[in-house]
Design a protein around this ligand. Structure first.
Ligand SMILES: [Zn+2]
Length: 80
C-alpha cells in the first residue's frame, strides 16, 4: 500500500474493489487481470509520478467507484 498526496494505492485491494464494483452494478469488467497495461507495461493501480508533478494511476477509491475502461497512464482502451 502506498499513500501519495492523500490517495491510497494498493494493487490487490484495487483489483478486488473493481471486481466488486462491476458485480454490484452488473457491468462488464474491462481492467486487465493483475492490473498491468498491455501497452505501456505499467500497472493501472500503481501511482506514476512525473517530474512536473502529475500523478496518474487509479487509487483504491476510484477502483471502488468507477468503471475502469482505459489505462490512466497511456490511455489505451481495454474495451476492445
Ligand atoms: Zn498503459
Amino acid at each position: 500500500m502506498r499513500r501519495v498526496r492523500g490517495k491510497t494505492y494498493d494493487i490487490d485491494r484495487a483489483i478486488a474493489a473493481q471486481w466488486e464494483y462491476c458485480d454490484k452494478h452488473r457491468l462488464p469488467h474491462f481492467a486487465p487481470l493483475g492490473g498491468r497495461c498491455h501497452r505501456c507495461g505499467w500497472n493501472i493501480f500503481e501511482p506514476r509520478e512525473y517530474p512536473h508533478g502529475n500523478i496518474t494511476g487509479y487509487d483504491i477509491t476510484t477502483a471502488a467507484s468507477e468503471l475502469i475502461t482505459c489505462c490512466p497512464h497511456c490511455h489505451t482502451t481495454f474495451c476492445d
